[in-house]
Design a protein around this ligand. Structure first.
Ligand SMILES: CC(C)(COP(=O)(O)OP(=O)(O)OC[C@H]1O[C@@H](n2cnc3c(N)ncnc32)[C@H](O)[C@@H]1OP(=O)(O)O)[C@@H](O)C(=O)NCCC(=O)NCCS
Length: 213
């Protein structure tokens, strides 16, 4: 059952099909490259679509006066005898922040996770995200562990840079053979994969007929 709070008029319910685009765009507004580069890189429409598909019971939205005020997307992880609730994404529209929206979303999703056996909660965010850190501390999260992310510019790498050059050449060749732009596929097709396993070694052996179109 959705909850309705008379005093703050924050209505929490499950995310529905029509919420997918608004939630994605709210995330785009919140997880910006300048503030939180890692959150920015990992936030895309598949985060919302994927979790709506696999964990709909832990995908909630908050509405205020019929407007999207915030969302929470989570999942459950079962390992050995432990069941963990994991809050993957939490966002509140800047217009509705500091009004208890995240508080209600988290309470509701944690209650559902407890119902499903969770006895431990996990969440992660950027270390500079002080508002989120303060929020989660206040909710009772602690025991911070640092996790280091490394990155690399692939174009500047000796080997991977050559793979990128190969991809450019392949795209140019394919450009002669098709007039419409390639559609971004979520998973590459298996024929293309087979050829890409070791392109630097096998490139010269690939005939025109074998090139993926
Ligand atoms: C973090 C976030 C979700 C908090 O949402 P919110 O609805 O404003 O939070 P609440 O109103 O429920 O806040 C509850 C408490 O959290 C703390 N808090 C929340 N935002 C804060 C801020 N900007 N600065 C300091 N403390 C803050 C306060 O203790 C607050 O209680 P108070 O208002 O009585 O002082 C929101 O700021 C947000 O969407 N940030 C961008 C996205 C993000 O960082 N998501 C988390 C990682 S995925």
């Amino acid at each position: 059952m959705p909850t309705f709070d008379e005093t703050e008029a924050i209505y929490v319910r499950e995310l529905g099909i029509d919420d997918i685009a608004p939630v994605y765009h709210l995330g785009e507004e919140l997880f910006t490259s300048d503030l939180y580069p890692y959150l920015y890189r990992t936030w895309d429409e598949w985060e919302v679509i994927g979790l709506y598909n696999t964990d709909p019971e832990y995908c909630l939205v908050a509405e205020t006066d019929g407007e999207l005020a915030g969302f929470v997307l989570g999942t459950i992880i079962t390992k050995a005898s432990w069941t963990y609730g994991y809050i993957l994404w939490l966002g509140v529209s800047p217009r509705f922040q500091r009004r208890g929206v995240a508080d209600k979303l988290v309470d509701k999703v944690v209650a559902r996770m407890i119902e499903d056996g969770a006895r431990f909660m996990l969440v992660d965010t950027d270390p500079t995200n002080t508002s989120a850190l303060k929020f989660f501390h206040r909710k009772g999260f602690g025991n911070i562990r640092q996790h280091i992310f490394l990155s690399m510019n692939l174009s500047k790498h000796e080997y991977y840079g050559r793979l990128i050059d190969y991809e450019h050449q392949k795209a140019e060749r394919a450009g002669y053979r098709r007039s419409r732009p390639a559609i971004r596929a979520r998973k590459p097709d298996s024929a293309a994969n087979e050829i890409l396993i070791n392109p630097l070694v096998s490139e010269s052996q690939i005939t025109e007929e074998e090139l993926p179109i």
